[in-house]
Ligand binder design. Structure first.
Ligand SMILES: [Mg+2]
Length: 319
């Protein structure tokens, strides 16, 4: 298993040991699909629309800032423990919290109505990028830019290393595989500068995005999407417990469950602390050590070692 730490190897071995009872759940963005990797190129798909109202130099600066903001949010989202900030450029901790506060403040009405902040809403990030550069887009232009961005994201979608292999191995074994994914936060800007949130629209959008991934080989039983209730609320995870019980009659609070994610705080913290037989697999592609000192969680840089371990365990039984 190459560079895996001893602790991570032990977790994977324990998953393999009771494989025949396991139920699998996975986050999608930056866990199965390499969203951060394609984000930058997809952002330039907004250029044709932006230059209708902005000078090309300004349009390029807006895009650069939009990309930087998303990268900053992802970096903060993937921090596993406070010491991970030390491996990031100095000042990033403060920049992240300042940006998060602005993202939250710009959707005050969404928070009031829905009790949630759609952190990764691209509409909000583009609006803030424009604001920083002393310009703003009409709501219809902003909406059109973000639509082009998401269209490009869908066209260019690439899976993280080993995703399809792991999914195929689990499918061959008949293990239930579910997705649980945060909202894409498809918010609508209004002429008064406020954003509103239509959960049905946002849910439909994400659901279509997952259907496109299914067409490309990502098989799953069902997806739990964070519209309107989102990660990392307890209610979101309660809905998953109920949904899986309704689907296969299994109580994942008691049955061996494997959760895949890229964010400890958003994907793993609640399942690991509230489901009795849960183990976690954290995809870590940041700088610094991949090891994570948290009992029951393996930190991996690809899904290949997990798929390989499962196949290696099965081989003696097949031959
Ligand atoms: Mg993710």
């Amino acid at each position: 298993m190459g560079t895996l730490s001893h602790a991570s190897r032990a977790v994977i071995n324990s998953i393999v040991a009771d494989l025949s009872q396991t139920i699998w759940l996975s986050d999608v963005d930056d866990t199965l699909v390499d969203t951060a990797h394609i984000h930058t190129t997809a952002s330039y798909a907004m250029m044709p629309t932006l230059i209708k109202s902005l000078h090309p130099d300004l349009a390029r600066s807006v895009i650069e800032r939009f990309v930087a903001y998303f990268d900053l949010l992802i970096a903060g989202h993937q921090v596993r423990a406070s010491h991970d900030w030390d491996a990031l450029p100095q000042g990033m901790f403060q920049q992240y919290h300042e940006l998060y506060a602005r993202v939250a403040a710009s959707q005050e009405s969404v928070q009031q109505q829905w009790g949630t902040v759609k952190v990764f809403s691209r509409e909000v990030l583009l609006h803030l990028a424009c604001e920083d550069l002393g310009t703003q887009l009409e709501p219809v232009e902003l909406d059109s830019c973000i639509q082009q961005y998401w269209d490009a994201m869908a066209r260019q979608a690439v899976f993280c290393s080993g995703t399809l292999r792991l999914v195929a191995v689990l499918a061959a074994l008949g293990r239930p595989f579910y997705l649980f994914t945060g909202s894409d936060g498809r918010l609508t800007l209004h002429p008064n500068g406020r954003f509103t949130y239509d959960p049905d629209r946002s849910l439909r959008f994400k659901s279509n995005r997952l259907d496109m991934l299914r067409l490309r080989g990502l098989t799953f039983r069902r997806a739990f999407i964070g519209d309107p209730v989102d990660k990392p609320s307890h209610e979101f995870y309660d809905n998953i417990v109920e949904g899986i019980f309704a689907d296969v009659g299994a109580d994942i609070r008691a049955q061996p469950t494997v959760v895949l994610g890229d964010s400890f705080a958003a994907d793993l913290r609640i399942p690991m602390s509230t489901w009795n037989r849960c183990r976690g697999l954290l995809l870590w592609r940041g700088t610094g050590s991949a090891s994570l000192e948290y009992e029951g969680i393996a930190s991996v840089r690809s899904w290949m070692p997990v798929a390989n371990s499962i196949e290696a365990a099965l081989r003696p039984r097949i031959s």
